[in-house]
Each structure stands twice: as C-alpha cells, then as structure tokens.
Design a protein around this ligand. Structure first.
Ligand SMILES: Cc1cc2nc3c(=O)[nH]c(=O)nc-3n(C[C@H](O)[C@H](O)[C@H](O)COP(=O)(O)OP(=O)(O)OC[C@H]3O[C@@H](n4cnc5c(N)ncnc54)[C@H](O)[C@@H]3O)c2cc1C
Length: 402
C-alpha cells in the first residue's frame, strides 16, 4: 500500500537550507512537509560548523548554540601569524544543537517533519514536477506538492532525478575528528596551510568548548587524490604544527563530508522547483563555508515559494525572483573569491610563507571581510588602490581581476 500526502510545498533535506526554507514558507501560511532521510535531524555531522556571529544574530540562533572566536591564527610550514579582535566575530557551531534548533523552529510554525524517510524519485503531471516519492521503513510514500525545494545538499537528489544536473566535478572532501584535548584556547582557531597539511586545501583546529576541538583536513578534488582521512591521521600522529600544543587528545567523534566547489554554475529555479544550499552550490570558496548562505537563502526560497503559491503561479518565471535576489547579493563575491582560491591552489610552501605575511597586514576587519568573501566591488577597488601596504594592494588587484 502506498501512502499518499498532499502539500503546498515539499522540502527535501532537513539540513540548514531545508529547515530554513520550510520554516519561512510555513510562517507565511503554506502547508509544508520537510522530508529527511536520517532518523533524527543532524544524526550525522558533515561539517566543521564555523560561521559568523552577526549572521547567527540575524537568524536568531541562540548563543548556547556556538563557541565565539576572536583570534585567528594561520601557519604555513615556516611562518605563522595571528589576528586578534576585542570582540569575537566568528563562531564554531554546536552543529546538532543549531540544526535541531532550525528544524524545531520549522515544526513550531506548523511544518510536518518526516524523519527516516528517503526521497528516491520525483513524480510528474503533464511533464511537470508535481511531487516526490520516498521510502520510510519499507513503506512507499508519495507526496503531491505544487513546489518542491531541493535542499538535499551535495547529493541534489531531486535535480538529479529530473536529469537537470550532473554530479559536481570540483568539490572539497573533508575529514575531521572532534577530540577532547588537554590544552585548548577556546577563543582561537588555527588554519594550517601547505603541502604537509593538505596538497589542495587546508587543515584546521576549531575549538568547540574549553576542552574540545575539531581537527580536520580538507582536500580539493580533482586537484589532489590524497585521502583526507589518511592525511588527518598522519598529521595527528606526527603532532604537526599547533596540534602538538593541544597535549593529549582523545577522539570522540569522526566527521566526513563533501562540499561543491564549482562556483555558481547551476541554474536554481525551474517550473515548480527551487535548489538551495549545497544543492545550488552556494558556498564561500575561500574556506568552503556554506551554512550561512544555506540558512539565508533557504529562508528566501521558502518566502518566494509562499508568495508564488499564494499568487497561483509556481512557474520558473514566478520563482525567478529567488535566483535574482541571491545572485545579486553574492555572485560577485563568490566569483572574486574564486580568483583568490585559484591563486592559493598554485602556491608552493615558500610562497605560502609569504602569503600569510600579506594576510597579516590586513586590519582585523579587512581580514574578516576577506575570509568571509564579503567584498563588494567598491571595497575591492579601495583596497587595491589605496591600501597603505603594497602587497595587500597587489592581492586585491588579483581579486579585482587586474
Ligand atoms: C568537511 C566539511 C566541513 C565544512 N565546514 C564548514 C564550516 O566550517 N562552515 C560552513 O559554513 N560550512 C562548512 N561546510 C559546508 C556546509 O556544511 C554546507 O554548506 C551546508 O551544510 C549546506 O547545507 P544544506 O542544508 O544545503 O545541506 P546539508 O547540510 O548537506 O543537508 C542536506 C540534508 O539532506 C538530507 N538528505 C540527503 N539526501 C536525502 C534524501 N534522498 N532524502 C531525504 N533527505 C536527504 C541529508 O541527510 C541532510 O540532512 C563544510 C562542509 C564539509 C564537507
């Protein structure tokens, strides 16, 4: 027996993008189903959870969901730099607490959450998307809906079922241990750069609390075929760089995941369909962070869906406003960040020793804009032409494309 449901909107995936989309559409009066394959939201953690406190405030994420960071440390094989601020601006999320908070917010606004339910196909009416098929505990479920939001992350299940996208070809693979450590600087993070850490990417230490950190390695594909888990085990066994200062460490949990790194190559609206979050390839390429975009544009996807549903027009033209808004806000930033990423991928260890010296010449605010890829064209031009440090002007000339 197939169980059938009728909704205005079905959202696939209860990650940050999906929960946020479901929440904002339900808040505007839509009947929404949020379908998640795991048994509980964020059962598996696939992210390091670094984000920014101003965004947390904007999203209403409670302070107990994150650990604030105010010192940013970098090391290359022979150099290290440190940038400190009075007030913390970065945050390392308690990923489960945050993602569950977002899902709970959706539920409180009337969203029906279907857990342990794996979406495996789409349904169509007159050739147009009209819902999804899923399996839950060997039972087949069919959800009829006027709009589907694909928030299934890297997998992009709906877009793939429709044959409108191919598997990402450029992506990052990350492996990370959450560990208890003897010596933790709870308000400082480390980014570790150079061949010995990652041949195409970086390694990190992100503190979650006064006694716990996440140590990870991210590697870009297809640039390198190194296995991040193997490299992570090696750098921990060798106690490379700042890892040795952590003292004795005890592994608590292993995290592993994939993140698209192709820039904004995908179209994100079709008749009755929106792609958001990793499914749309929305991530800051400099450090491959996508959580804030997933939440922000998840909410936008839910809002535009609700408006289109209310107007009775769920065509691509009607949903187009969603893509127009998010591209206007981040397309230039992401493209500029890709230019820096391209430069970084080609740096030798010696060049990295010099590059982090340039980064140290940025003020704390400039550094944060830089690492967050929050540079508007006017900011880039100002830094490229007027920054007092020559090397910084050169760096921003690259960002500008000069
Ligand atoms: C190793 C690593 C480290 C990262 N570190 C950071 C970081 O520090 N900061 C940052 O901002 N970003 C980071 N990212 C990126 C960030 O995790 C993503 O950009 C973000 O999770 C995107 O959210 P999303 O909701 O689009 O997708 P996801 O978080 O991947 O959520 C997708 C959801 O869909 C569900 N799903 C998938 N398939 C199906 C299906 N068939 N049926 C039903 N449900 C399904 C999944 O179970 C999941 O819950 C990192 C990524 C990786 C891989």
């Amino acid at each position: 027996m197939v169980k059938e449901f009728n909704y205005d909107l079905v959202v696939v995936g209860a990650g940050p993008a999906g929960s946020s989309a479901a929440y904002s559409a339900a808040k505007l009066g839509c009947k929404v189903a949020l379908v998640e394959k795991e048994k509980v939201v964020a059962e598996t953690v696939r992210t390091s959870g670094v984000t920014w406190i101003d965004y947390c405030d904007e999203f209403g994420i409670p302070k107990e969901c994150y650990n604030p960071i105010r010192t940013y440390k970098f090391c290359s094989p022979k150099n290290k730099v440190e940038i400190t601020q009075e007030t913390p601006n970065a945050a390392v999320l308690d990923v489960r607490k945050t993602y569950r908070f977002l899902a709970e917010q959706a539920k409180e606004n009337g969203v029906d959450i279907f857990l342990d339910t794996t979406v495996n196909d789409v349904i169509k009416n007159d050739g147009k998307l009209s819902g999804i098929r899923a399996i839950s505990m060997n039972e087949e479920l069919v959800f009829h809906s006027r709009i589907v939001i694909d928030a299934s992350g890297f997998a992009s299940v709906i877009a793939k079922s429709l044959g409108i996208v191919n598997q990402w070809e450029r992506f990052g693979v990350g492996a990370e241990y959450e560990v208890d450590a003897e010596n933790v600087e709870a308000d400082s993070w480390w980014l570790m750069i150079g061949q010995m850490y990652s041949p195409a990417g970086y390694a990190w230490i992100f503190p979650v609390s006064k006694k716990r950190v996440r140590i990870g390695v991210g590697i870009g594909k297809p640039e390198s075929d190194v296995d991040p888990t193997k490299r992570l085990d090696e750098i921990i066994a060798d106690k490379l760089g700042p890892i040795k200062d952590l003292g004795t460490i005890t592994n608590k949990e292993f995290h592993y995941g994939l993140i698209p790194n192709e820039g904004l190559t995908r179209k994100t609206v079709y008749d009755n369909l929106i792609l958001v979050g990793d499914s749309a390839g929305m991530a800051n390429p400099l450090v491959l962070e996508g959580i804030r975009y997933a939440i922000k544009y998840g909410r936008l996807a839910g809002k535009v869906s609700a408006e289109s549903l209310n107007s009775g027009d769920t065509s691509e033209e009607s949903l187009e406003r969603y893509e127009h808004v998010w591209k206007k806000e981040i397309e230039i930033k992401i493209n500029s960040a890709h230019k820096v990423q391209k430069r970084w991928l080609n740096l030798t260890d010696d060049e990295w020793d010099k590059e982090i010296e340039i980064i140290s010449q940025l003020t704390a605010d400039e550094f944060l804009d830089f690492v967050r890829a929050d540079f508007s064209i006017s900011k880039i031009i100002k830094l490229a032409t007027h920054h007092p440090k020559f090397a910084v002007r050169q760096l921003f000339n690259i960002v500008r494309g000069g």
